[in-house]
Write a protein that binds this ligand. Sequence first.
Ligand code: UGA
Length: 440
Amino acid sequence: MNITIFGSGYVGLVTAACFAEVGNHVVCVDVDARKVATLQSGKCPFYEPGLDGLLTSGIEAGRLRFTTDAADAVRHGTYQLIAVGTPPGEDGSADLQYVLQVARTIAAHLDDYRVIINKSTVPVGTADKVRSAVSEVLAQRGVSQDYDVVSNPEFLKEGAAVGDFRKPDRIIVGADTDRPAELMRSLYEPFNRNHDRVLLMDVRSAELTKYAANAMLATKISFMNEVANIAERVGADVELVRRGMGSDPRIGFHFIYPGCGYGGSCFPKDVKALAHLARETGFAPRLLDSVEAVNHDQKRFLHAKMRAHFGSLAGRTIALWGLAFKPNTDDMREAPSRELMEAIWADGGAVRAYDPVAMEETRKIYGDRPDLTLVESAEEACEGADALALVTEWKPFQSPNFELIASLLKEKVLFDGRNLYNPETLRDLGFRHYAIGRAA
Ligand code: UGA
Protein backbone atom coordinates (compact mmCIF):
# COMPACT_ATOMS: atom_id res chain seq x y z
CA MET A 1 0.00 0.00 0.00
CA ASN A 2 1.10 3.56 -0.55
CA ILE A 3 0.98 5.77 2.51
CA THR A 4 1.78 9.45 2.99
CA ILE A 5 2.41 10.92 6.40
CA PHE A 6 2.44 14.66 7.08
CA GLY A 7 4.53 15.55 10.13
CA SER A 8 7.76 13.82 11.16
CA GLY A 9 7.43 14.05 14.92
CA TYR A 10 7.03 11.12 17.35
CA VAL A 11 3.71 9.96 16.01
CA GLY A 12 4.50 10.49 12.33
CA LEU A 13 7.88 8.76 12.40
CA VAL A 14 6.89 5.80 14.52
CA THR A 15 3.82 5.27 12.35
CA ALA A 16 5.86 5.60 9.16
CA ALA A 17 8.60 3.21 10.30
CA CYS A 18 6.14 0.59 11.50
CA PHE A 19 3.99 0.72 8.35
CA ALA A 20 7.13 0.46 6.19
CA GLU A 21 8.35 -2.49 8.25
CA VAL A 22 5.33 -4.59 7.21
CA GLY A 23 5.84 -3.94 3.49
CA ASN A 24 4.08 -0.66 2.73
CA HIS A 25 5.65 2.19 0.78
CA VAL A 26 5.69 5.25 2.98
CA VAL A 27 6.50 8.84 2.17
CA CYS A 28 6.95 11.29 5.05
CA VAL A 29 6.53 14.95 4.29
CA ASP A 30 7.60 17.76 6.56
CA VAL A 31 7.93 21.51 6.08
CA ASP A 32 11.19 21.51 8.05
CA ALA A 33 13.88 20.98 5.37
CA ARG A 34 16.62 20.44 7.98
CA LYS A 35 14.66 17.73 9.69
CA VAL A 36 13.97 16.07 6.34
CA ALA A 37 17.70 16.15 5.51
CA THR A 38 18.55 14.58 8.89
CA LEU A 39 15.99 11.83 8.30
CA GLN A 40 17.20 11.22 4.76
CA SER A 41 20.62 10.50 6.18
CA GLY A 42 19.01 7.85 8.41
CA LYS A 43 19.21 9.78 11.68
CA CYS A 44 16.27 10.10 14.04
CA PRO A 45 15.92 13.65 15.42
CA PHE A 46 14.94 12.39 18.91
CA TYR A 47 15.55 9.43 21.18
CA GLU A 48 13.03 6.61 20.89
CA PRO A 49 14.16 3.03 21.59
CA GLY A 50 14.08 0.84 18.46
CA LEU A 51 13.14 3.61 16.06
CA ASP A 52 16.59 4.32 14.60
CA GLY A 53 17.01 0.76 13.35
CA LEU A 54 13.53 0.65 11.85
CA LEU A 55 14.05 3.94 10.01
CA THR A 56 17.35 2.74 8.59
CA SER A 57 15.97 -0.59 7.43
CA GLY A 58 12.92 1.12 5.89
CA ILE A 59 15.14 3.50 3.94
CA GLU A 60 17.50 0.72 2.85
CA ALA A 61 14.60 -1.43 1.67
CA GLY A 62 13.39 1.51 -0.43
CA ARG A 63 10.06 1.54 1.38
CA LEU A 64 10.54 4.73 3.34
CA ARG A 65 11.50 8.15 2.12
CA PHE A 66 11.34 11.74 3.31
CA THR A 67 10.50 14.86 1.36
CA THR A 68 9.38 18.47 1.59
CA ASP A 69 7.55 18.10 -1.73
CA ALA A 70 3.86 18.03 -0.86
CA ALA A 71 2.67 17.53 -4.46
CA ASP A 72 4.77 14.37 -4.74
CA ALA A 73 3.54 13.20 -1.34
CA VAL A 74 -0.16 13.68 -2.16
CA ARG A 75 0.31 11.84 -5.46
CA HIS A 76 1.97 8.94 -3.61
CA GLY A 77 -0.46 7.74 -0.97
CA THR A 78 -4.04 6.53 -1.11
CA TYR A 79 -3.75 7.04 2.63
CA GLN A 80 -2.89 10.59 3.67
CA LEU A 81 -2.15 10.71 7.39
CA ILE A 82 -2.01 13.97 9.30
CA ALA A 83 0.38 13.69 12.25
CA VAL A 84 1.35 17.30 12.91
CA GLY A 85 1.34 19.10 16.27
CA THR A 86 -1.71 20.56 17.99
CA PRO A 87 -0.01 22.79 20.57
CA PRO A 88 -2.07 24.44 23.29
CA GLY A 89 -3.22 28.00 22.70
CA GLU A 90 -3.29 30.66 25.46
CA ASP A 91 -6.74 29.51 26.60
CA GLY A 92 -5.85 25.78 26.63
CA SER A 93 -7.59 25.08 23.32
CA ALA A 94 -5.76 22.94 20.76
CA ASP A 95 -4.27 25.05 17.99
CA LEU A 96 -5.43 23.50 14.73
CA GLN A 97 -3.54 25.72 12.30
CA TYR A 98 -1.03 23.02 11.31
CA VAL A 99 -3.68 20.35 10.84
CA LEU A 100 -5.81 22.64 8.65
CA GLN A 101 -2.76 23.78 6.71
CA VAL A 102 -2.02 20.14 5.83
CA ALA A 103 -5.67 19.65 4.84
CA ARG A 104 -5.40 22.60 2.44
CA THR A 105 -2.10 21.30 1.08
CA ILE A 106 -3.63 17.89 0.39
CA ALA A 107 -6.59 19.57 -1.33
CA ALA A 108 -4.30 21.71 -3.46
CA HIS A 109 -2.85 18.57 -5.08
CA LEU A 110 -5.78 16.17 -4.85
CA ASP A 111 -6.49 14.53 -8.21
CA ASP A 112 -7.58 11.02 -7.23
CA TYR A 113 -9.52 9.43 -4.36
CA ARG A 114 -7.72 9.76 -1.04
CA VAL A 115 -8.58 8.91 2.55
CA ILE A 116 -7.41 11.68 4.84
CA ILE A 117 -6.63 10.35 8.30
CA ASN A 118 -6.39 12.52 11.39
CA LYS A 119 -3.78 10.99 13.69
CA SER A 120 -3.01 14.19 15.55
CA THR A 121 -4.86 14.59 18.85
CA VAL A 122 -7.65 16.94 17.90
CA PRO A 123 -10.83 18.28 19.47
CA VAL A 124 -14.21 16.87 18.52
CA GLY A 125 -15.38 18.47 15.30
CA THR A 126 -11.92 18.70 13.70
CA ALA A 127 -12.75 16.18 10.96
CA ASP A 128 -15.58 18.52 9.92
CA LYS A 129 -13.13 21.42 9.82
CA VAL A 130 -10.70 19.37 7.74
CA ARG A 131 -13.55 18.51 5.36
CA SER A 132 -14.48 22.21 5.03
CA ALA A 133 -10.86 23.21 4.43
CA VAL A 134 -10.45 20.57 1.72
CA SER A 135 -13.79 21.43 0.04
CA GLU A 136 -12.96 25.11 0.05
CA VAL A 137 -9.65 24.57 -1.77
CA LEU A 138 -11.21 22.11 -4.22
CA ALA A 139 -13.94 24.68 -4.97
CA GLN A 140 -11.29 27.35 -5.55
CA ARG A 141 -9.57 24.97 -7.96
CA GLY A 142 -12.90 24.25 -9.64
CA VAL A 143 -12.29 20.54 -9.08
CA SER A 144 -14.78 17.95 -7.93
CA GLN A 145 -12.94 15.07 -6.30
CA ASP A 146 -14.04 12.23 -4.01
CA TYR A 147 -12.24 11.89 -0.67
CA ASP A 148 -12.99 10.82 2.90
CA VAL A 149 -11.85 12.07 6.28
CA VAL A 150 -11.43 9.64 9.17
CA SER A 151 -10.26 9.92 12.74
CA ASN A 152 -7.59 7.44 13.84
CA PRO A 153 -6.06 8.62 17.12
CA GLU A 154 -2.86 7.01 18.35
CA PHE A 155 -2.13 5.62 21.79
CA LEU A 156 1.65 5.37 21.68
CA LYS A 157 3.68 5.88 24.83
CA GLU A 158 6.98 7.63 24.37
CA GLY A 159 9.81 5.27 25.21
CA ALA A 160 7.67 2.28 24.19
CA ALA A 161 6.15 3.65 21.01
CA VAL A 162 7.45 1.07 18.54
CA GLY A 163 6.17 -1.82 20.66
CA ASP A 164 2.84 -0.07 21.18
CA PHE A 165 2.42 0.39 17.43
CA ARG A 166 3.33 -3.18 16.60
CA LYS A 167 1.00 -4.59 19.24
CA PRO A 168 -1.82 -2.12 19.74
CA ASP A 169 -4.39 -2.81 22.44
CA ARG A 170 -6.97 -1.06 20.26
CA ILE A 171 -7.14 0.55 16.85
CA ILE A 172 -9.73 3.29 16.97
CA VAL A 173 -11.24 4.11 13.60
CA GLY A 174 -13.77 6.89 13.35
CA ALA A 175 -15.39 6.71 9.93
CA ASP A 176 -18.85 7.81 8.93
CA THR A 177 -19.17 5.62 5.81
CA ASP A 178 -18.18 2.10 4.69
CA ARG A 179 -15.54 2.88 2.07
CA PRO A 180 -12.99 4.55 4.37
CA ALA A 181 -13.83 2.07 7.15
CA GLU A 182 -12.87 -0.85 4.89
CA LEU A 183 -9.73 0.92 3.71
CA MET A 184 -8.68 1.46 7.32
CA ARG A 185 -9.25 -2.21 8.12
CA SER A 186 -6.94 -3.18 5.24
CA LEU A 187 -4.33 -0.67 6.35
CA TYR A 188 -4.15 -2.16 9.86
CA GLU A 189 -4.52 -5.81 8.78
CA PRO A 190 -0.88 -6.69 9.66
CA PHE A 191 -1.39 -5.34 13.22
CA ASN A 192 -4.78 -6.94 13.64
CA ARG A 193 -4.19 -10.60 12.98
CA ASN A 194 -5.14 -12.95 15.82
CA HIS A 195 -7.52 -10.67 17.71
CA ASP A 196 -9.71 -8.05 16.13
CA ARG A 197 -8.57 -4.84 17.76
CA VAL A 198 -10.31 -2.45 15.40
CA LEU A 199 -13.03 -0.47 17.11
CA LEU A 200 -15.10 1.14 14.43
CA MET A 201 -17.14 4.15 15.47
CA ASP A 202 -18.36 7.51 14.24
CA VAL A 203 -15.78 10.23 13.77
CA ARG A 204 -16.80 12.36 16.75
CA SER A 205 -16.70 9.45 19.19
CA ALA A 206 -13.22 8.53 17.95
CA GLU A 207 -12.03 12.09 18.45
CA LEU A 208 -13.41 12.18 21.97
CA THR A 209 -12.03 8.73 22.86
CA LYS A 210 -8.46 9.98 22.59
CA TYR A 211 -8.97 12.93 24.92
CA ALA A 212 -11.05 10.93 27.34
CA ALA A 213 -8.44 8.16 27.57
CA ASN A 214 -5.58 10.57 28.29
CA ALA A 215 -7.70 12.58 30.72
CA MET A 216 -8.66 9.38 32.57
CA LEU A 217 -5.00 8.38 32.95
CA ALA A 218 -4.11 11.87 34.15
CA THR A 219 -7.01 11.69 36.59
CA LYS A 220 -5.70 8.45 38.08
CA ILE A 221 -2.33 10.09 38.68
CA SER A 222 -3.73 13.28 40.19
CA PHE A 223 -6.09 11.23 42.35
CA MET A 224 -3.16 9.25 43.75
CA ASN A 225 -1.14 12.39 44.28
CA GLU A 226 -4.03 13.77 46.29
CA VAL A 227 -4.25 10.54 48.31
CA ALA A 228 -0.48 10.82 48.88
CA ASN A 229 -0.86 14.32 50.26
CA ILE A 230 -3.56 13.10 52.62
CA ALA A 231 -1.47 10.05 53.59
CA GLU A 232 1.45 12.24 54.56
CA ARG A 233 -0.75 14.34 56.83
CA VAL A 234 -2.50 11.45 58.55
CA GLY A 235 0.68 9.39 59.08
CA ALA A 236 -0.11 6.70 56.49
CA ASP A 237 2.23 5.30 53.81
CA VAL A 238 0.81 5.84 50.33
CA GLU A 239 2.89 2.99 48.92
CA LEU A 240 1.05 0.53 51.14
CA VAL A 241 -2.24 2.22 50.31
CA ARG A 242 -1.42 1.99 46.59
CA ARG A 243 -0.84 -1.74 46.82
CA GLY A 244 -4.00 -2.20 48.84
CA MET A 245 -6.02 -0.25 46.29
CA GLY A 246 -4.47 -1.75 43.17
CA SER A 247 -5.25 -5.32 44.25
CA ASP A 248 -8.88 -4.59 43.48
CA PRO A 249 -9.12 -5.49 39.78
CA ARG A 250 -11.68 -2.74 39.32
CA ILE A 251 -8.95 -0.25 40.26
CA GLY A 252 -5.84 -2.05 38.99
CA PHE A 253 -2.17 -1.28 39.54
CA HIS A 254 -1.53 0.79 36.43
CA PHE A 255 -1.12 4.54 36.61
CA ILE A 256 -1.63 4.89 40.33
CA TYR A 257 1.98 5.74 41.12
CA PRO A 258 2.18 8.99 43.04
CA GLY A 259 5.05 11.26 42.10
CA CYS A 260 6.19 14.80 41.44
CA GLY A 261 3.55 15.36 38.77
CA TYR A 262 2.84 14.19 35.26
CA GLY A 263 4.49 15.89 32.31
CA GLY A 264 5.05 15.29 28.62
CA SER A 265 3.50 16.59 25.48
CA CYS A 266 0.15 14.88 25.99
CA PHE A 267 -1.48 14.80 29.42
CA PRO A 268 -1.07 18.48 30.37
CA LYS A 269 -2.19 19.65 26.91
CA ASP A 270 -5.03 17.16 26.51
CA VAL A 271 -6.59 17.69 29.93
CA LYS A 272 -6.68 21.44 29.26
CA ALA A 273 -7.99 20.97 25.73
CA LEU A 274 -10.81 18.67 26.87
CA ALA A 275 -11.79 21.14 29.60
CA HIS A 276 -11.77 23.90 27.02
CA LEU A 277 -13.87 21.85 24.63
CA ALA A 278 -16.40 21.21 27.39
CA ARG A 279 -16.60 24.91 28.24
CA GLU A 280 -17.15 25.77 24.60
CA THR A 281 -20.32 23.70 24.69
CA GLY A 282 -21.47 25.62 27.78
CA PHE A 283 -20.67 22.73 30.13
CA ALA A 284 -18.42 23.49 33.09
CA PRO A 285 -16.08 20.54 33.74
CA ARG A 286 -15.25 20.08 37.41
CA LEU A 287 -13.04 17.00 37.54
CA LEU A 288 -10.78 18.05 34.65
CA ASP A 289 -9.94 21.43 36.14
CA SER A 290 -9.08 19.75 39.45
CA VAL A 291 -6.88 17.14 37.76
CA GLU A 292 -4.90 19.97 36.25
CA ALA A 293 -4.80 21.99 39.48
CA VAL A 294 -3.57 19.01 41.54
CA ASN A 295 -0.80 18.39 39.01
CA HIS A 296 0.18 22.04 39.00
CA ASP A 297 0.72 21.90 42.78
CA GLN A 298 2.36 18.48 42.66
CA LYS A 299 5.08 19.74 40.35
CA ARG A 300 6.01 22.13 43.16
CA PHE A 301 6.11 19.42 45.82
CA LEU A 302 9.86 18.74 45.85
CA HIS A 303 10.69 22.41 45.86
CA ALA A 304 8.36 23.01 48.81
CA LYS A 305 10.06 20.18 50.73
CA MET A 306 13.49 21.64 49.93
CA ARG A 307 12.45 25.02 51.22
CA ALA A 308 10.97 23.51 54.35
CA HIS A 309 14.19 21.59 54.98
CA PHE A 310 16.76 24.26 54.18
CA GLY A 311 14.81 27.39 55.03
CA SER A 312 16.33 29.16 52.06
CA LEU A 313 17.82 27.68 48.92
CA ALA A 314 20.04 30.68 48.28
CA GLY A 315 23.62 29.49 47.88
CA ARG A 316 22.55 25.81 48.01
CA THR A 317 23.35 23.28 45.30
CA ILE A 318 20.95 20.46 44.53
CA ALA A 319 22.05 17.31 42.70
CA LEU A 320 19.30 16.33 40.30
CA TRP A 321 18.83 12.83 38.87
CA GLY A 322 16.63 12.66 35.81
CA LEU A 323 15.59 15.52 33.55
CA ALA A 324 13.28 13.91 30.96
CA PHE A 325 9.58 13.90 31.81
CA LYS A 326 9.79 10.13 32.22
CA PRO A 327 12.38 7.38 31.65
CA ASN A 328 13.37 6.14 28.16
CA THR A 329 12.88 9.43 26.38
CA ASP A 330 14.82 12.65 25.92
CA ASP A 331 11.57 14.62 25.88
CA MET A 332 11.66 17.62 28.22
CA ARG A 333 8.22 19.00 27.40
CA GLU A 334 6.41 19.93 30.63
CA ALA A 335 8.95 17.88 32.57
CA PRO A 336 8.66 18.26 36.36
CA SER A 337 12.45 18.74 36.43
CA ARG A 338 12.06 22.05 34.63
CA GLU A 339 9.72 23.54 37.15
CA LEU A 340 11.92 22.30 39.97
CA MET A 341 15.12 23.72 38.50
CA GLU A 342 13.49 27.04 37.70
CA ALA A 343 12.16 27.31 41.26
CA ILE A 344 15.59 26.51 42.72
CA TRP A 345 17.19 29.14 40.49
CA ALA A 346 14.55 31.71 41.41
CA ASP A 347 15.53 31.12 45.06
CA GLY A 348 19.21 31.72 44.29
CA GLY A 349 20.19 28.04 44.35
CA ALA A 350 22.11 26.00 41.79
CA VAL A 351 21.64 22.59 40.17
CA ARG A 352 24.06 19.81 39.19
CA ALA A 353 22.07 17.54 36.89
CA TYR A 354 22.46 14.21 35.17
CA ASP A 355 20.12 12.32 32.82
CA PRO A 356 21.03 9.24 30.76
CA VAL A 357 19.74 10.80 27.49
CA ALA A 358 18.12 14.21 27.99
CA MET A 359 21.29 16.29 28.58
CA GLU A 360 21.41 17.63 25.04
CA GLU A 361 17.74 18.64 25.15
CA THR A 362 18.36 20.39 28.47
CA ARG A 363 21.30 22.25 26.98
CA LYS A 364 19.13 23.36 24.07
CA ILE A 365 16.50 24.74 26.44
CA TYR A 366 18.67 26.44 29.06
CA GLY A 367 21.98 27.03 27.29
CA ASP A 368 24.99 27.89 29.44
CA ARG A 369 24.14 29.36 32.79
CA PRO A 370 26.20 29.52 35.95
CA ASP A 371 23.54 27.92 38.14
CA LEU A 372 23.23 24.78 35.98
CA THR A 373 26.02 22.23 35.70
CA LEU A 374 25.32 19.26 33.46
CA VAL A 375 27.57 16.39 34.50
CA GLU A 376 28.56 13.02 33.09
CA SER A 377 27.31 10.67 35.79
CA ALA A 378 24.88 10.31 38.65
CA GLU A 379 27.73 10.29 41.15
CA GLU A 380 29.33 13.40 39.71
CA ALA A 381 26.05 15.25 40.20
CA CYS A 382 26.33 14.63 43.93
CA GLU A 383 29.88 15.97 44.33
CA GLY A 384 29.68 18.88 46.74
CA ALA A 385 25.88 19.20 46.48
CA ASP A 386 23.80 19.96 49.56
CA ALA A 387 21.16 17.34 48.75
CA LEU A 388 20.03 14.90 46.08
CA ALA A 389 16.68 15.01 44.26
CA LEU A 390 15.42 12.06 42.21
CA VAL A 391 13.01 13.36 39.59
CA THR A 392 12.88 10.70 36.83
CA GLU A 393 13.02 7.02 37.72
CA TRP A 394 15.52 5.84 35.08
CA LYS A 395 16.72 2.26 35.61
CA PRO A 396 20.37 3.24 36.38
CA PHE A 397 19.12 5.28 39.36
CA GLN A 398 17.32 2.36 40.94
CA SER A 399 20.08 0.81 42.98
CA PRO A 400 22.72 3.42 43.74
CA ASN A 401 25.69 3.00 46.04
CA PHE A 402 24.24 5.08 48.86
CA GLU A 403 27.40 4.96 50.93
CA LEU A 404 29.29 6.58 48.09
CA ILE A 405 26.46 9.08 47.55
CA ALA A 406 26.50 9.95 51.25
CA SER A 407 30.24 10.62 51.08
CA LEU A 408 29.82 12.95 48.11
CA LEU A 409 26.93 15.03 49.46
CA LYS A 410 27.41 17.78 52.04
CA GLU A 411 24.31 16.63 53.87
CA LYS A 412 22.60 13.25 53.75
CA VAL A 413 19.30 14.50 52.35
CA LEU A 414 17.36 12.87 49.55
CA PHE A 415 14.18 14.21 47.93
CA ASP A 416 12.61 11.21 46.26
CA GLY A 417 10.09 12.42 43.66
CA ARG A 418 9.08 8.91 42.54
CA ASN A 419 9.11 6.89 45.76
CA LEU A 420 11.92 4.89 44.26
CA TYR A 421 13.90 4.16 47.39
CA ASN A 422 13.33 2.07 50.47
CA PRO A 423 12.87 4.42 53.44
CA GLU A 424 14.36 1.92 55.88
CA THR A 425 17.57 1.46 53.90
CA LEU A 426 18.04 5.18 53.74
CA ARG A 427 17.17 5.70 57.39
CA ASP A 428 19.74 3.06 58.40
CA LEU A 429 22.37 4.95 56.43
CA GLY A 430 21.47 8.16 58.23
CA PHE A 431 19.69 9.84 55.32
CA ARG A 432 16.82 12.23 55.71
CA HIS A 433 14.48 10.81 53.02
CA TYR A 434 11.65 12.99 51.80
CA ALA A 435 9.26 10.97 49.62
CA ILE A 436 5.72 11.38 48.32
CA GLY A 437 2.95 10.48 50.74
CA ARG A 438 5.07 8.77 53.38
CA ALA A 439 6.69 9.97 56.56
CA ALA A 440 10.12 11.60 56.19
C1 UGA B 1 0.54 9.28 27.09
C2 UGA B 1 -0.40 8.06 27.11
O1 UGA B 1 0.02 7.12 28.11
C3 UGA B 1 -0.43 7.38 25.74
O2 UGA B 1 -1.40 6.32 25.75
C4 UGA B 1 -0.81 8.42 24.68
O3 UGA B 1 -0.80 7.86 23.38
C5 UGA B 1 0.18 9.58 24.72
O4 UGA B 1 0.16 10.16 26.03
C6 UGA B 1 -0.24 10.58 23.68
O5 UGA B 1 -1.32 11.16 23.80
O6 UGA B 1 0.45 10.72 22.66
P1 UGA B 1 3.21 9.62 27.30
O7 UGA B 1 2.93 11.09 27.32
O8 UGA B 1 4.29 9.10 26.41
O9 UGA B 1 1.87 8.81 26.87
O10 UGA B 1 3.60 9.22 28.77
P2 UGA B 1 3.03 8.31 29.96
O11 UGA B 1 3.80 7.05 30.05
O12 UGA B 1 1.57 8.18 29.88
O13 UGA B 1 3.43 9.22 31.23
C7 UGA B 1 2.93 10.52 31.39
C8 UGA B 1 3.37 11.13 32.70
O14 UGA B 1 2.67 10.55 33.79
C9 UGA B 1 4.85 10.98 33.04
O15 UGA B 1 5.35 12.23 33.51
C10 UGA B 1 4.88 9.93 34.13
O16 UGA B 1 5.97 10.07 34.99
C11 UGA B 1 3.58 10.23 34.84
N1 UGA B 1 3.01 9.07 35.57
C12 UGA B 1 2.61 7.95 34.93
C13 UGA B 1 2.86 9.15 36.96
O17 UGA B 1 3.20 10.17 37.60
N2 UGA B 1 2.29 8.10 37.63
C14 UGA B 1 1.88 6.98 37.00
O18 UGA B 1 1.37 6.05 37.68
C15 UGA B 1 2.05 6.90 35.61
